[in-house]
Design a protein around this ligand. Structure first.
Ligand code: PMP
Length: 381
């Protein structure tokens, strides 16, 4: 027997667990991780090189610990696009929104405290909770994957969580959450913790630029315990950059600085993100194309005969595949045709990311062929 993880003195709650990870397989069409399929435009690549060259001349020094220029530009972007004026002191940035979430949990949760999400949802909310020693509560979603306020409120009242995650649009279902629902859950979370400083409600808007609806960001006004988290991984087509950010009351921004590592955002990261923000309009143009492609996927999948969950994101959940392991079997059959989609473990459903028109055609061709085979089999049976 070789020496392994379990021979190390790791924390009990990590024993027997697997790390997060979608398969990174070498196939022609990869539509499994909700990435933006469009490479950055060449003028932006040039601008990144220029900005990074400048930053490189000062790499002997630590970067701006408070990322002031970058946070100012992120605030400008939010003010311009999210229907609410935010300033430098409302915005905080980190290495991907995963790190933003980790910092929020380190600040507002941790050992002896709990966080809740409404599942199926983004699995990292639960995994980062575990990593920070936070107890995880799996809250309910309805049959149609929306959040029922009464059911969710009852679980909040019972468990009195310290942190509440609301993902809108939700991953992996694509479901947007109404502002009224967020407001009701915010109130429920505060009254469940009446007599304390309340609960932090995190609205994870990683995919909001793809939504049919406006951002929930204006809800932070007058609600100091409400945080909106964002990322440049999706709409900005910069998953490799690792840049996430949040908008909230300035007190939240002060609070997360108690746990952030000093100089956590490298000078190279800050320079690259600033270059990308200079090209916001071009990048948002790709978002419009992806929304059109997302809507096409929804329409064509329905025409083929699949059930499709309404999507406000850059991906589409489709099914249903009845029976134990049926979804995974279909996942494999699609993969055998050279297209990688995602089995998120939601029984009966798979998720496909909107790619380029050609990638989406390849996917649609694969599932059409599958459907045809299936109906031929049924006829001959
Ligand atoms: N939130 C949601 C809902 C996501 O789906 C993802 C990535 N898949 C993230 C946050 C994290 O994104 P990143 O760390 O790349 O910003």
């Amino acid at each position: 027997m070789t020496f392994g993880i379990d021979d190390l003195p790791i924390r009990d709650e990590l024993r027997g667990k697997s790390p997060y990870g979608a398969p990174q397989l070498d196939v022609p069409v990869r539509l499994n991780t909700n990435e933006n399929p469009y490479p950055l435009p060449e003028p932006l690549v040039e601008r990144i090189a220029e900005r990074v060259r400048e930053a490189a001349r000062e790499l002997n020094r630590y970067p701006d610990r408070d990322a002031v220029e970058l946070r100012t530009e992120l605030a400008r972007y939010l003010t311009r696009t999210a229907g609410h004026e935010v300033a430098l002191d409302n915005v905080w940035a980190a290495n991907g929104s995963n790190e933003v979430i980790q910092q929020l949990l380190q600040t507002f949760a941790g050992p002896g405290r709990t966080a809740i999400g409404f599942e199926p949802s983004y699995s990292m909310h639960g995994l980062i909770s575990r990593g920070t020693g936070t107890g995880w509560i799996s809250g309910p979603r309805g049959e149609d994957f929306t959040i029922d306020v009464a059911a969710a409120g009852a679980v909040i009242a019972e468990h009195r969580p310290d942190v509440v995650f609301i993902t809108s649009p939700n991953n992996p279902t694509g479901t947007a959450v109404e502002a009224d629902t967020v407001l009701a859950l915010y109130e429920a979370a505060q009254s469940a913790r009446a007599g304390t400083a309340g609960a932090i409600v995190v609205v994870d808007e990683a995919y909001v630029e793809f939504s049919h609806r406006p951002s929930l960001l204006p809800l932070i006004e007058g609600r100091p315990n409400l945080v909106v988290s964002r990322t440049m991984s999706k709409a900005f087509g910069a998953a490799g950059l690792r840049l996430g950010y949040l908008a909230a009351h300035p007190a939240v921004v002060d609070a997360v600085q108690l746990v952030r590592l000093p100089y956590h955002l490298s000078a190279v990261t800050q320079a690259t993100a600033l270059a990308a923000l200079e090209h916001t309009d071009t990048l948002l143009g790709y978002v419009e194309q992806l929304k059109t492609e997302r809507d096409r996927l929804v329409g064509e999948l329905r025409a083929i005969g699949y059930e499709v969950t309404e999507s406000d994101a850059n991906f589409v959940q489709f099914g249903r595949f009845d029976g134990e392991g049926a979804a995974h079997e279909v996942w494999q059959q699609i993969l055998d045709r050279g297209v990688l989609v995602r089995d998120n473990g939601v029984p009966g459903w798979l998720r496909v990311t909107a790619g380029t028109p050609a990638e989406n055609d390849a996917f649609l061709e694969a599932v059409r062929a599958l459907m045809k085979e299936r109906s031929e089999k049924e006829q001959s049976a």
